[in-house]
Design a protein around this ligand. Structure first.
Ligand code: AOF
Ligand code: ZN
Length: 370
C-alpha cells in the first residue's frame, strides 16, 4: 500500500472514530462503534454514509451507515472502528450485511474479543471476496473502546481515577470539606465525564467529610447521573447525607462488608439504598472482587472520585486504567492533603492521551495500552 493510500485510510478512520464518540457511554454493554462508507467516482473519495451504534446498543453502526449509503454502497469502502460482528444476535451479523450491500473493501481498527466475533467477522468478509485491511489506528480505537474491551477481557469495568489538583499538588485540606480547586469550564467537563460513566465511586471518608452529591448537574442532563457507589465496609453512611437524600434522582450502591448485620442493611434498603455485600481483605473492601461484581451487574465504566486513600488503594492494586487530572491555580498550603498521584508520578505503562487548557486550568489524561 502506498503512503498516500495509508494516509487516506487513517483520515477516514479518524472520521469514524470521531463519529463513534457521539454515543460514548450511551450504548449499554455494547461498544459505541463508528462506521463511515466512502466511495470514489473519479472525483476523489467522499463519505456517503455514516453510522454510530444506536443509543441502547442497537442497531449497530454498520446498519445505519449502509442505510444512508443506499445503492452507493456497491463497490464502496467501509471504515469500521471495531471488527464487524459475525453472530446472529438481536440483529443479523454486520459482516453479512456489508457483503450483501456489495461493499468492496472493509478497513477495520480494533479486533473484537467477543468470542462470537473474534476474527470471524473479518473471515466472513474475506470468504465473500471483500478486501480487508485490519488494524488501522488500532491503538486509538482501542483507547476509544477501552471500557468495552476491558470488560470483555478482564471481566470488570474500566476504572477511571479523576483528581483535581491545586497548584501545589494537593487535593484538599483535611477537615475543610470540599474546596473549589478548578473553575467553571473544568467543572463542566467533569460533569460531562460523569455522565459517560455508569458508576461514581468514593470511600466513606470522603462521603463523611464532604457530604457530596456526585450527580450530573448540567441542565437537561440530570437524568444521566450514574449510580453513586460508596465503599463503606461498616455501614457508616448517614441516612441524612446528600447521597441518600438524592436517591430518587440517581441510585446509591453501598458496598458493605458481607458480615454487616441484616438489621443494619435493612435501614439502608428502607431508605432506597442498594446494598452490595463485599469481601473484606486486610481490613478493606476487596477491590478486584468488587469490580468483578460491578462488571457482572453491567457497569462498563466507574469513576473513582475520592479520596486520597481510596485512590491510592486502587493505584496500589494496579486497578486504574485511566487517570484524568485537572490542575487549578489555587494554592492550598498548610494542612493540605497530598495528591495520591501527580503529573510527574504517573505510574509506568500509562500513555498521555490528552493535554488541554480549560480557561485558567489545565487537563491531562493518561490511559494504559490495552
Ligand atoms: C458491530 N457493530 O456497532 C457494535 C458491535 O447483543 P448484540 O447482538 O447487539 O451484540 C453485541 C455484540 O456486538 C458486542 O459484544 C460486540 O461484539 C458487537 N458490537 N458490533 O458490528 C456495532 N456495537
Ligand atoms: Zn454488528
Amino acid at each position: 500500500m502506498t503512503r498516500d493510500a495509508d494516509e487516506l485510510d487513517r483520515r477516514f478512520m479518524a472520521e469514524a472514530l470521531a463519529f463513534s464518540r457521539q454515543h460514548d457511554g450511551l450504548t449499554g454493554t455494547n461498544p459505541s462503534v463508528g462506521t463511515v462508507i466512502v466511495r470514489d467516482d473519479g472525483e476523489g473519495p467522499r463519505i456517503i454514509g455514516r453510522g454510530v451504534t444506536a443509543i441502547g446498543g442497537r442497531p449497530h453502526a454498520e446498519t445505519q451507515a449502509l442505510a444512508e449509503a443506499g445503492e452507493g454502497a456497491r463497490g464502496a469502502t467501509a471504515y469500521v472502528t471495531l471488527e464487524p460482528c459475525a453472530h446472529h444476535g438481536k440483529t443479523p451479523p454486520c459482516a453479512e450485511k456489508l457483503v450483501e450491500a456489495g461493499i468492496a473493501r472493509v478497513v477495520g481498527a480494533a479486533h473484537d474479543p467477543d468470542p462470537r466475533v473474534s476474527g470471524k467477522g473479518y473471515a466472513i468478509l474475506r470468504t465473500a471476496g471483500v478486501e480487508v485491511t485490519e488494524g488501522v489506528m488500532a491503538e486509538e480505537a482501542s483507547d476509544q473502546l477501552a471500557s468495552y474491551l476491558i470488560r470483555s477481557i478482564k471481566k470488570r469495568p474500566e476504572v477511571i481515577l479523576k483528581l483535581a489538583l491545586s497548584a501545589d499538588g494537593m487535593i484538599g485540606r483535611s477537615g475543610a470539606g470540599q474546596i473549589a480547586i478548578t473553575g467553571d469550564r473544568a467543572r463542566h467537563q467533569v460533569h460531562l465525564d460523569r455522565a459517560r460513566c455508569d458508576g461514581i465511586l468514593v470511600g466513606i471518608g470522603t462521603a463523611l467529610a464532604d457530604d457530596p452529591e456526585l450527580t450530573v448537574r448540567i441542565p437537561g442532563m440530570e437524568s444521566r447521573s450514574p449510580t453513586r457507589i460508596v465503599l463503606d465496609k461498616d455501614g457508616r453512611l448517614p441516612l441524612t447525607s446528600k447521597l441518600v437524600g438524592s436517591v430518587k434522582r440517581a441510585p446509591v450502591l453501598l458496598a458493605v462488608g458481607n458480615t454487616l448485620p441484616a438489621e443494619k442493611r435493612a435501614t439502608f434498603t428502607e431508605a432506597g439504598v442498594e446494598i452490595l455485600g463485599a469481601e473484606i481483605f486486610e481490613g478493606s473492601i476487596a477491590l478486584p472482587e468488587l469490580l468483578e461484581d460491578l462488571g457482572q451487574r453491567g457497569f462498563m465504566r466507574v469513576m473513582v472520585e475520592g479520596g486520597a486513600a481510596t485512590a491510592r488503594h486502587f493505584l496500589d492494586e494496579g486497578l486504574v486504567d485511566r487517570i484524568m487530572l485537572y490542575r487549578g491555580q489555587v494554592v492550598i498550603g498548610e494542612g493540605g492533603v497530598a495528591a495520591p498521584v501527580r503529573a510527574d508520578t504517573i505510574p509506568d505503562g500509562f500513555i498521555l492521551r490528552r493535554d488541554q487548557t480549560l480557561g485558567p486550568d489545565s487537563y491531562l489524561e493518561w490511559s494504559r495500552k490495552i
